[in-house]
Write a protein that binds this ligand. Structure first.
Ligand code: C2E
Ligand code: CA
Ligand code: CA
Length: 538
């Protein structure tokens, strides 16, 4: 079912017609003794010089025949080329040139015809397959290696399903529609696909490995039509992606509900975005030496019309998945810059960029456009990038970092300690700040090892001349201990919860307040003035 179709020829038909014509005319002329009749006629009318005339006609006829045969040959060759080009265009429209597998369009045709064909009475299993780690192979080893990998994976699938429909949907996604029979263990087959795909592939003497997430559904047991089956196997595949161990999921009706909820959330999120309803909240960033607020971290907040708050840890991944993160981020930054224009000039804005945005080559341009539009100083903006974003695509991260820092925008490495960045990476990238992840701050007082790590991070910051901010400070004792270790700045519920722009404005313009920073646990250092402006959220 997966091979390129051969083009048919019309030559045979033409030859048959010509041969029939030739033999029937020849037979008739022989039958009436045509040659003798002509000779006799020429002899009888010698004076007409018919012999010369006939010789000329014969010569002209021969010449005409040669000319005609040559033109006919040319016309046939042209026709052949045209037919071949048409066949190629039609093949390209229905097959993937790289793997030679049927493509999405061919699958759509199959689905359209399926319900009216005898196949609809049979039993089928539909497998949706998505490769895991393909992008990494492409990025690390180049596109030629990626192409080779896709070809090998396709060959393996065709080997497992030689008589079934194996489709490359595009990118690293495949679908298999296999004839099954009752009692067939489809999950076992799915596991076999996963195992076969995982076998390392030799590309230019380098062993390359990818995994696969596989969703399976059966027809007609679990789905009502082939179109429905494809939708269900796709839903199951997304569920398989979330399963840590096997990456294989058999479709279950509950998955449909989950998917529906997600689709509903997507719709709500889209309308929230178009209504400009994602709001920036601001969490104080406090200088632990002067005890003053030096800036605010912008945190996205989404409240549903019902009043329910959706946490950013839920909707940010959705925005990334739906390709809406860039739009959301631009709206937030624009609002934040306008809000911050009301604040004293030394107050920084710290803004989160998601790993997906790091891959956006236009991100620096987008940011600078908003700064120009709102008149916000680049030197007042700090961009937070997580360690995982740096690991995912170091080249893109370097590009973004360079672009931002050239414009005078500062860059902070967020959630430091939770990713996998090595010290060599730290030396390669130039940061202005490290933000110690709240996980360390939470435990370090009672955990000697965590304390050593926090101490080492602070020493690293001092050594690299990079500011250090401890996140998630909730207890006065944590604050005191961090100060003793020489941490420059902090953030956390103790110092201020995320708040609206108006509350932040009030906080900045309000009178000096007795704060947690002036308590015994956080005595100002000798020679320093008392605490100011670090408060709990209103
Ligand atoms: P993050 O960048 O690490 O932001 C700090 C998170 O820690 C915030 O959670 C904040 O409310 C919370 N936090 C602050 N102090 C404390 C504390 O003392 N204790 C505890 N337990 N938590 C504290 P939030 O607002 O829920 O945001 C969660 C994550 O969502 C953020 O982590 C960030 O990764 C992401 N996020 C939020 N807003 C945005 C945004 O506008 N863009 C992007 N790309 N990501 C965002
Ligand atoms: Ca952050
Ligand atoms: Ca963080």
């Amino acid at each position: 079912m997966n091979k390129k179709p051969r083009q048919e020829s019309a030559t045979t038909r033409d030859i048959v017609v010509l041969v029939i014509f030739f033999f029937s005319t020849f037979a008739y002329l022989t039958y009436i003794d045509a040659f003798e009749l002509i000779v006799d006629f020429v002899h009888r009318h010698e004076s007409w010089q018919l012999d010369e005339l006939l010789t000329s006609i014969a010569l002209i006829g021969f010449g005409g025949f040669v000319f005609g045969a040559r033109r006919y040959g040319e016309a046939r060759s042209e026709l052949r080329k045209r037919r071949s080009a048409e066949a190629d265009v039609s093949w390209l429209a229905h097959y993937d040139p790289l793997t030679e597998l049927p493509n999405r369009r061919r699958l759509n045709d199959f689905v359209r015809e399926f319900d009216h064909s005898v196949e609809a009475n049979g039993h089928h299993a539909v497998f949706s397959i998505d490769l895991d780690g393909f992008k990494k192979v492409n990025d690390l080893h180049g596109h030629a290696a990626g192409d080779r990998l896709l070809t090998v994976v396709s060959e393996r699938l065709v080997k497992i399903f030689p008589a079934d429909l194996v489709v490359r949907l595009g990118g690293d996604e495949f679908v298999v529609i296999a004839r099954s029979h009752r009692g067939m263990d489809v999950s076992k087959i799915a596991k076999r696909i996963a195992t076969e795909i995982r076998v390392p592939i030799d590309i230019d003497r380098i062993k390359v490995e990818v995994g696969a997430s596989i969703g399976v559904v059966t027809y007609p047991d679990q789905s009502t039509s082939m179109e429905d089956a494809l939708g269900c196997s796709d839903i199951a595949m997304y569920s398989a992606k979330k399963q840590a161990s096997t990456h294989v999921a058999l479709f279950h009706p509950d998955m449909r509900d989950e998917f529906r909820k997600k689709a509903e959330l997507e719709m709500q999120f889209r309308s929230a975005l178009s209504a400009d309803a994602i709001e920036p909240y601001y969490q104080p960033l406090v200088d632990l030496q002067s005890n003053e607020i030096y800036g605010f971290e912008v945190l996205a907040r989404w409240t549903l019309p019902s009043g329910e708050q959706v946490p950013p840890t839920d909707f940010i991944p959705l925005a990334e998945e739906f390709g809406l993160i860039s739009e959301m981020s631009e709206q937030l930054l624009r609002k934040a810059c306008r809000d911050a224009q009301r604040w004293p000039e030394h107050i920084l804005l710290s803004f989160n960029l998601s790993p997906v945005q790091i891959a956006d080559r236009l991100i620096v341009l987008r940011i600078i456009n908003i700064l120009n539009e709102t008149g916000f100083e680049p030197a007042r903006l700090e961009v937070e990038i997580t360690e995982s974003a740096m690991i995912l695509d170091p080249e893109a991260a370097q590009f973004v970092l360079d672009g931002l820092q050239t414009l005078g925008i500062r860059v902070a490495l967020d959630d430091f300690g939770t990713g996998y960045s090595s010290l060599s990476q730290m030396s390669k990238f130039k940061f202005n700040r490290l933000k110690i992840d709240k996980g360390f701050v939470h435990d370090f007082e009672n955990d000697e090892k965590q304390k050593i790590i926090v101490k080492a991070i602070i020493a690293l910051g001092v050594g690299l001349n990079v500011a250090i901010t401890a996140e998630g400070i909730e207890e006065p004792s944590q604050l005191a201990a961090l100060k003793l270790l020489g941490c420059n700045s902090g953030q956390g519920f103790l110092l201020g919860r995320p708040m609206t722009a108006d509350h932040a404005t009030q906080l900045l313009s309000g009178p000096v307040k007795p704060s947690i920073l002036s308590t015994r646990a956080s005595e100002p250092r000798p020679g320093q003035s008392g605490a100011r402006a670090a408060v709990r959220s209103p």
